[in-house]
Design a binder for this molecule. Structure first.
Ligand code: NAD
Length: 369
């Protein structure tokens, strides 16, 4: 059962259950913190075993979005949606339109987008019912596929890590061990190739391996379990979370860990262990924020150059985080949390003492006719 103590301890403002038996909609939206602006975060569809599991997930993910938006300098809060169901069997236009009506009922406090198992087509149905959806197709004023911007953010993160460890941000000649060449990993490989880096890559999808071999023939394939042990400058996790764990951490021969995957550290203490081993770790929720930055500017009129300019800021923010980590002798993941919390606290003070208006810095999408 959801208890207020839990919401107090995690800092959530609101949790809403949406149900519509006509289309079998069972969804939960969690709004974590709207100090900086409306809560933005994707909706995930997953066959959760029960409401409890779905609730745990949405509480954890929405909190993560608050930190990601804050550290990225966005005027957005953190929120997330989960739809309980099997994405292979339970999707329908009615379900997503019903969900869209509920999102609309939140009057802009929550803005949704794609997450695991939610496609642009699904979001287009949501968008039929609410303006508070991003990640819509370019033909409808959206920003399209976020992967190239996420990949650019990871590249900027790598440059910041290199600056920290070598006093030179250049990727030329550096060896990158790339785990996962899906949407983001493949875009990142293209950028790394253009920057003169040498790529060792792995994946478990034959199709994605073949695409790499066909389009980036310089890149060298290694077996999935060898990616941790290869000699390299940077290990780039772009597949699943928790790849830095008790089993892998001793095998790493890299000087830097920087990739797109969410929650790369199995536990926070692995961030401390990376620091003890003098491996520079790029905070995952900062360096993979390019996709969020990209969708956030749909409201003001998306453009490629605006998006790239914003994503480039990841370089300087990463350097700021490294500075906090060094000054306070704490792990980089802890330092990223501190930078996020500092920003939220400082803006909260302005809001109450002077501006008094939550929404004006984020005008929302212009109403359609
Ligand atoms: P994706 O599903 O397109 O690609 C993931 C790739 O990893 C696939 O090719 C898959 O075969 C491979 N993979 C899975 N398990 C593996 C393993 N054990 N070893 C090697 N390869 C493995 O996903 P994506 O959109 O590229 O996202 C990659 C990661 O980045 C995810 O953790 C995601 O949450 C995170 N992320 C993505 C975005 C985005 O814009 N797509 C934004 C922020 C964070």
């Amino acid at each position: 059962m959801l208890r207020f103590e839990k919401l107090y301890s995690m800092g959530h403002e609101e949790v809403i259950f949406f149900s519509d038996s006509s289309c079998n909609l069972k969804a939960i939206v969690a709004i974590h913190d709207t100090t900086l602006g409306p809560a933005l975060g994707g909706t995930r569809m997953w066959p959760y075993k029960d409401e409890e599991e779905a609730l745990e997930d949405v509480l954890r993910l929405s909190r993560g979005m608050t930190y990601k938006a804050a550290v990225s300098g966005l005027n957005l809060g953190g929120g997330k949606g989960v739809i309980i169901g099997d994405p292979k069997k339970d999707k329908s236009e009615a379900l997503f339109r019903s969900y869209g009506r509920y999102v609309e009922s939140l009057n802009g406090r929550y803005i949704t987008a794609e997450d695991v198992n939610i496609t642009v087509e699904d979001i287009e149905h949501v968008f039929q019912e609410t303006n508070n959806a991003v990640g819509v197709a370019k033909v409808h004023g959206g920003s399209g596929n976020p992967a190239p911007y996420t990949a650019l953010g990871v590249l900027r993160g790598m440059e910041a890590c290199l600056m920290k460890s070598n006093n030179d941000r250049s990727l030329r000649g550096k060896v990158i061990a790339l785990q996962g060449v899906g949407s983001v990993g493949f875009e990142l490989a293209k950028l790394l190739n253009e920057h003169g880096a040498k790529i060792l890559f792995t994946d478990i999808s034959d199709e994605n391996i073949a695409r790499m071999k066909g389009q980036i023939p310089n890149a060298e394939f290694v077996k999935a379990n060898e990616i941790f042990t290869v000699n390299c400058d940077i290990y780039a996790p772009c597949a699943l979370g928790a790849s830095i764990n008790d089993e892998t951490i001793d095998k790493l021969k890299c000087k830097i860990v920087c990739g797109a995957a969410n929650n790369q550290l199995k536990e926070d203490r692995h961030g401390v262990e990376l620091k003890n081993r003098k491996i520079v770790y790029a905070p995952d929720y900062l360096v993979n924020a390019g996709g969020l930055m990209n969708v956030s500017i749909e409201f003001e009129g998306w453009s490629d150059s605006k998006s790239r300019r914003m994503v480039d800021s990841i370089y300087n923010t990463a350097l700021d985080i490294f500075k906090i980590s060094d000054e306070q002798n704490i792990s980089v993941n802890k330092a990223a949390d501190i930078l996020s919390e500092r920003r939220i606290e400082s803006i909260a003070k302005i809001k109450t003492s002077y501006l008094g208006n939550l929404g004006h810095r984020f005008p929302g999408r212009k109403k359609r006719d």
